[in-house]
Design a protein around this ligand. Structure first.
Ligand SMILES: Nc1ncnc2c1ncn2[C@@H]1O[C@H](COP(=O)(O)OP(=O)(O)O)[C@@H](O)[C@H]1O
Ligand SMILES: [Mg+2]
Length: 426
């Protein structure tokens, strides 16, 4: 069969790599793809923010299945439009994707369905902020309601800061439309975990859990990024906690969405804070995480194609998927300057040497290919991913591969997975 992947990042390279192992797939396409994805899929230069262009592409290549990587096409309704025309596509509809596209929708939905989350207030004006503030203690989290590419959350140390950040968001100065409504939240403490499930609208099956590293610098310092690395181990979430999360978070979300007339199919990504009061949902994403997908898929032993098709067909099995007991880790190599402005067009060397290392796969995120060589073309350039019998071995392999790769200005975190190794989880 023919499969089309939408997106151009490390997550999409990992999806292409994993789907490429499926014996039932004869041809992989990716729109628009990147330099590395082009090595195992045919890349097509189509703007994935343009749903009409995507429909034209489907009419041309006639994919048996389309897999959506990033959130934007989901919010633009690409699943609704493909379904209407009879093209099979994996992911939630526009209405179901509101769980990610509107943080106030997600909070109010969680309140209606008693899903554990931080106390909150939804505010459309500064007057409402002033009315809500007496119910909170500093620090307070201020979130823009809409999609803000990781720039919509500010943890404020004082109530004065809440007022200044909220007024900048509400006026549209900071984030445009996305900040026209804000959510105030109680600030939670604990370890963050990414818990992903695949839903068929009624049943869910968990993916291996992962932990992301959002800040640019070692020791969780510096500004937030799209994610500088991630790891996945079986110890991150024990079986008891996984059942608890299925029972109190994932299944109630899917049942609640169905009851409200917006059946949820696709990946449901639950961003959790493991607090002293128990796990609390920070947010939902309606697609695979980037870079969590890279280490998660490295541990997946089941055929991903079967999982995606089961989601569409409505027959996700309670038995779930098969996972390796190995650990896996992904170290992101980024361009100089990232997450601020960065330079592109730097030649990347050492990729072949890195790929020769045992159990290492270098996923491409921001790369392009010219005359047989790869060049940087984005902020996050590569996701150097490895597996091993335990987290230490997976990390050793990933960092050994990183050492072999060079491009001008490259930087990466040296402490991916370190907190887990230092005794917390692992
Ligand atoms: N209520 C909260 N308490 C403490 N930290 C939070 C809270 N909500 C969000 N954060 C922090 O901010 C980060 C981003 O928030 P999130 O809701 O995931 O938004 P987004 O991913 O859309 O930027 C989280 O990963 C977490 O580190
Ligand atoms: Mg998040």
């Amino acid at each position: 069969m023919k499969v089309l992947i939408l997106g151009n990042g490390g997550r999409e390279d990992a999806l292409a790599w994993k789907l490429g192992q499926s014996p039932r797939i004869a041809q992989l396409y990716c729109a628009p793809g990147n330099g590395g994805i082009g090595d195992h899929a045919q890349c097509l230069p189509v703007d994935i923010k343009n749903v009409d262009a995507l429909i034209a592409l489907a009419n041309q290549i006639k994919p048996d299945l389309t897999v959506v990587g990033p959130e934007l096409p989901l919010m633009l309704g690409v699943v609704d439009e493909f379904n209407r025309r009879g093209w099979r596509i994996f992911g939630p509809t526009q209405a179901a994707a509101q769980l990610e596209s509107s943080k106030s929708f997600a909070k109010e939905f969680m309140a209606r369905h008693r899903i554990p989350t931080a106390h909150y207030a939804v505010c459309d004006s500064l007057d409402q902020i002033h009315d809500a503030l007496p119910h909170f203690h500093a620090p307070i989290v201020v979130k823009a309601d809409g999609l803000a590419a990781g720039k919509g959350v500010v943890i404020c140390a004082t109530k004065e800061e809440v007022i200044s950040v909220s007024s900048e968001m509400l006026s549209g100065k900071l984030l445009g439309e996305a900040g026209a409504r804000v959510v105030l939240e109680e600030c939670l403490q604990g370890e963050e975990i990414s818990f992903l499930v695949i839903s068929d609208g009624e049943h869910v099956a968990p993916l291996a859990a992962a932990q992301d590293h959002k800040r640019v610098g070692d020791g969780d310092t510096g500004p937030n990024t799209g994610g500088m690395g991630a790891y996945s181990t079986s110890a991150l979430l024990d079986e008891q906690m996984q059942s608890w999360l299925l029972q109190h978070v994932a299944r109630p979300v899917v049942a609640g969405m169905k009851a409200e007339g917006a059946e949820y199919k696709g990946v449901l990504y639950c961003g959790l804070m493991m607090t002293a009061r128990g796990p609390m949902v920070l947010e939902f994403n309606c697609r695979f995480g980037d870079p969590e997908t890279q280490p998660i898929l490295m541990r997946m032993e089941s055929d991903l194609l079967d999982a995606l098709e089961a989601s569409i067909a409505g027959n996700i099995s309670g038995e779930g998927f098969e996972w390796s007991t190995d650990a896996s880790a992904c170290v992101v190599m980024a361009s100089g300057g990232y997450p601020g402005t960065y330079e592109a067009g730097k030649k990347i060397t050492g990729l072949e040497d890195a790929a020769k290392l045992e159990d290492v796969t270098v996923f491409h995120a921001g790369t392009s290919k010219r005359d047989g060589s790869y060049y940087t073309s984005g902020g996050r350039v590569l996701g150097v991913t490895a597996r091993g019998a335990d987290l230490q071995r997976a990390l050793d392999r990933a960092y050994a591969a990183v050492e072999k790769i060079r491009f001008e200005g490259a930087h990466y975190r040296k402490d991916i997975g370190q907190r887990a190794l230092n005794g917390k989880k692992g």
